[in-house]
Design a protein around this ligand. Sequence first.
Ligand code: CTP
Length: 436
Amino acid sequence: KTKERNVRTLLKERLPEHHFELLTMAGELGNRLNVAVYVVGGFVRDLLLGRKNLDLDLVVEGDGIAFAYKLAHQLGGRVRQHKKFKTAIIIYINAAGEEERLDVATARLEYYEQPASLPTVELSSIKMDLYRRDFTINALAIQLSHDNFGKLIDFFGAQKDIRDKLIRVLHSLSFVEDPTRILRAIRFETRFEFTIGPQTTKLIKNALHLKLITKLSGTRIFHELQLIFNEVSPYQSLLRMQEFAVLEAIHPSLKLTPAKSHLLKEIEKVLEWYRMLYTKPYPEAWIIYLLGLTSASKQEEVESVLERLHLTASQHNEFMTLRSTVKSTINLLGKIRPEAFSQLYKMLSPIPLEGVLYMMARTKSETVKKNISHYLAYLRNTTLDISGEDLQLLGFPPGPAYGEVLRKTLFAKLDDKVNTRQEQLDFAYRMLKARQ
Ligand code: CTP
C-alpha cells in the first residue's frame, strides 16, 4: 500500500491565489452540506506533472447540482445544469474580471444488490467514478472536504505510472467501452512523452482487430483528430497512429506513405514557425493536416473521407474548394517575378490562412517559401493611409470607381511606388482624373 500523500503545499505553491481559495471554499461548502468534494482528472495529473492547468473539475459524493447552485451563489455566478448526467457548469466572473467555468459532477452512488433480505452495499462512489475513466493518470483526485484538504486519492497506481511515464487503462474493457480512447492514449503519450504500457498496447491492438473504430461516429473521430492536431506535436501522434494502423481504420485513404509523412512533418514545422511569430489570426490546424493527409487522394476519395468524419456541409464545401484553390495556386506561385508583391498579394489574399500555410509546407521552392513568409509578415497587413473620404474631399463624387482606385493604390503601395499619404493621394487623384 502506498503512503498517503497530501498535496496541500503543492496546490498552495502552484496555483494562483484565487484558484487555491476557490478549492478551499468548495471544501468548506462540502463540510457544511456534509458531502465529500474532490477535484479530479486532468487538473490533478497536471499538478503532479508540473504543467499549467487551471481547468477545475469537481466531483461531489452527493447531490452535485445542489452543491453547484450553492457554490455559484457564493461566487456570484450562474449555473448551467445537465439534469440527465447530474452535472453542472458554474459560470462566474473571477477577481480579475474574466469569465471562468467550473465543472461539477455527481459521483453516482452505486448500489450493489445483495441476495434477498441482505442490505444493498454502497460502494465508495468516488472510486467508481474514477474507475470509469480512461487512464490511470487521469483517475487521480484530491479531497477538498472533511478535514482532508489536499489528500491525494490514488486508487490505481497513477503516481507510479507518472514516475514510469506510462499510459495505462484501468481495466481490459476500456477501449471496448469507448474506442476514442485509442486516439486519446496516443495524444497523451505524445503530449507527455510517455509510453503506452504493454498490456494497454495489446488491448488497443485487440480493439482494432475487432474493428471497433468502424463503430465510432464520424463526429467523435473528427473531434479526437482535431484535439490531436491542436497539440504541439501532431506528427509524432500521426506516426503512432500509423504504427497501430489506426489511420487506415478510420479511412483507407488516410494511410501514411513516405511522401505524406514528409509533408505532415513540414506542416508541423510551418505551424510551429507561424505560432512563434503570430498570435492571430489563428489557423485551424485540422484543415492543414487534413489537406496533407489527403494530398495523394483522388477527389472522390477525399469526399468519402470527409463524409466518414461527418463534416458539416459548409466545412465540407470549404475544404474541397480550398483543396482545389491550393492545387491551382501552388504552381503559379513559382512563376511570380521577384518583388512582384502586388501580384503575390492578388494571388494569396483571397485564400484562407490555412491554405497559405499548407502551400508553404508543400512547396519545395525556397523562393516560394520566402514569398509566402513576406506575404504573411507584411503584405497581408498592408493598409492604405487614405480612404474614400479623402477621395470625396478631392472633389470626386462617390461611386464604384472608389473601390477600384483604392485597390490599385494599395497595389502601388505594395510595390513600393507610393509610400506616404501624399503620394497615395496624388496617385489616386491622377487615376480618378484620367477617368473623368
Ligand atoms: N474521459 C474518459 N474517457 C473519454 C474522455 C474523457 O474517461 N473518452 C475522462 C478522463 O479521465 C478525463 C476526464 O474525463 O480526465 C475529462 O476529459 P477531458 O476534459 O478530455 O480531459 P483532460 O484529461 O483534462 O484532457 P486535456 O488535458 O486534453 O484537457
